[in-house]
Each structure stands twice: as C-alpha cells, then as structure tokens.
Design a protein around this ligand. Structure first.
Ligand SMILES: *[C@@H]1O[C@H](CO)[C@@H](O)[C@H](O)[C@H]1NC(C)=O
Ligand SMILES: *[C@@H]1O[C@H](CO)[C@@H](O)[C@H](O)[C@H]1NC(C)=O
Ligand SMILES: CC(=O)N[C@H]1CO[C@H](CO)[C@@H](O)[C@@H]1O
Length: 249
C-alpha cells in the first residue's frame, strides 16, 4: 500500500544478497583459485557464463589441472559451506573440450554428492568426459574446461588435462568421423548458447521488472517464505504492516 514497489524491490535485492551470502559450495581444484577454494571463490555458473566471473583465458594455464584417467574419467572434490539444498553437493557437469568456455556439452556425473546435506563437508565427484571430447584447450592443447553447477545454483569451473598418452580410447578415436561429429556438436552447442543467452537476458529483464512491480509470482515457495520473513523483519523495524496477496501462509 504505502511504498510497496520500491519496498518489494529493495527486499528482493536484500533477499538475493542474503542468499548469495549463505548458499555456497565449491569444487576443487577451482579455475582461477590458488589452493583450496573458500566461500568467496564460489561462482554462479549461468548459460552465457559457465565459469561465472572468472576470466578463462587468463586462468586456464595457471590453474591446477586434474588429470583424466585413460578411460576419460576424473575426480574432483566438492565442499559446501552451509547445509540444505542451497549448500547442495549434488552437481551437473558440462565440458568444453576447447577450453575456451564457448562450446560446452553435457557430461555424465558417475559419482555425485548429496543433494540436501544436513551440514557442511566434502565429497568426491567422478565425471566421465564424453567420448568425442578429446581435450584440446590451453597452451598445451590437452585441457578441457569443466563447469559444475550444484542443485543450489552455485559452482565453478575445473581444468582437466587429458594426457596424449592416455589416448588409446579417446585420442585414437579422433578420426575424421569423430572430428566431424565434434564440430557438429560444437556448432549446435554454440547455436544453443546464443539462443539461451537471448532467452535468459529476456527472462532476467522480465523477472526484475516483475520484482520491481511487486510481483512475486515467479518465486519458489521457499523463496517466498524467505522473502516474507525478510519483509516482516523490515516492517517491524519500520513499524509498518503491509498486506501481500502472494503470501500463502
Ligand atoms: C576408469 O579408470 C579409473 C582409474 O584407472 C578407475 O578407477 C575407474 O574405475 C575406471 N572407470 C570406468 C567407468 O571404467
Ligand atoms: C573408439 O570408441 C569406440 C566407442 O567407445 C570403441 O568401441 C572403440 O574401441 C574405440 N576405438 C579405439 C581405436 O580405441
Ligand atoms: C517461469 C514462470 O513461472 N513464469 C511465470 C512468471 O510469472 C508470470 C506472471 O505471474 C507468469 O505469466 C509466468 O508464466
């Protein structure tokens, strides 16, 4: 009633900042991070920025790389900084065999972490690089970039190195046929990325305009509950009370 538009917009901003501060998990060794990643190193991978804010070209050659086994699997360690789905240790993985951050394809996670851990801790993740994904990135031309995203929407990239000598499977399979398949996949992936970028920009604009107008319709139940809690806190500080139609309980 009183100043609901700016009030909700401010509250939504506070909410997103508070979620950022509380919900984190990092996968080591992290792209662009020396040593064990800490809470502040956690990124929010997104469709047009799968490694978050980390500069890929500047970091791919200086970051610790995980060695892939001859069968194309590799392991990484996920550590969460708070419990619950927001601090989820369950991930999905994307691989960019070119190491540029521009042509990701999905990869199977053979061993995953807990989706809804009760506390903090570390677990091992095991990922299978796709057969066509012979790593060719970085100065050594044998590095892949792997982007991990947790069920809570956090994560980061990891550099994976695939030794040429491990190539009995993947490398030897880089025949004309699989090279053709790989470039077709890459082209398809870039087309998808371009489309997704436009779509997500439109969605972001729509979402923020809805938030600014006081529309909370696109928030999940948990987000609504969190927003409501935050609003009540602000209201009690300001000594006001406002009716919100979207509050279910
Ligand atoms: C791949 O190789 C690793 C290391 O040798 C081994 O531990 C793992 O079981 C293998 N995985 C598969 C799916 O063959
Ligand atoms: C290439 O990959 C296929 C499918 O995984 C496999 O059956 C075949 O043995 C591989 N070829 C070589 C030369 O390793
Ligand atoms: C993805 C999604 O749920 N979009 C909805 C957001 O809210 C508007 C208005 O409430 C709906 O029209 C969208 O379908």
């Amino acid at each position: 009633m009183f100043f609901s538009k700016s009030f909700i917009a401010t509250a939504a901003l506070c909410l997103s900042l508070s979620l950022q501060a509380h919900a984190h998990a990092a996968i080591a060794p992290a792209l662009g991070v020396k040593g064990t990643p800490v809470r502040n190193d956690v990124q929010r991978p997104s469709k047009n920025s799968e490694c978050g804010n980390v500069n890929i070209a500047q970091n791919i050659d200086t970051s610790t790389a995980v060695q892939a086994a001859a069968n194309g699997t590799f392991a990484a360690t996920i550590t969460n900084f708070n419990g619950g789905v927001d601090g989820s240790r369950q991930v999905t993985a994307l691989v960019d065999p070119t190491g540029t951050g521009k042509s990701f394809v999905s990869a199977d996670v053979l061993q995953n972490g807990d989706k809804n851990p009760s506390g903090t801790g570390s677990q091992q993740l095991v990922v299978q690089l796709p057969q066509i994904a012979q790593c060719s990135g970085g100065a050594t031309k044998d590095k892949c970039l792997v982007s991990f995203t947790t069920a809570g929407g956090f994560g980061n990239c990891v550099v994976v190195q695939q030794a040429a000598s491990s190539g009995s499977g993947n490398k030897a399979n880089a025949t004309a046929a699989s090279v053709t398949a790989a470039s077709a996949t890459t082209a398809a992936a870039s087309a998808t990325t371009a489309a997704a970028t436009t779509a997500s920009a439109a969605k972001a604009a729509q979402t923020s305009s809805q938030a600014a107008q006081g529309g909370a319709g696109n928030l999940t139940a948990a987000e609504k509950a969190e927003l409501e809690k935050l609003l009540k806190e602000l209201e009690s500080k300001l000594g006001i009370r406002e009716e919100r139609a979207w509050v279910s309980a």
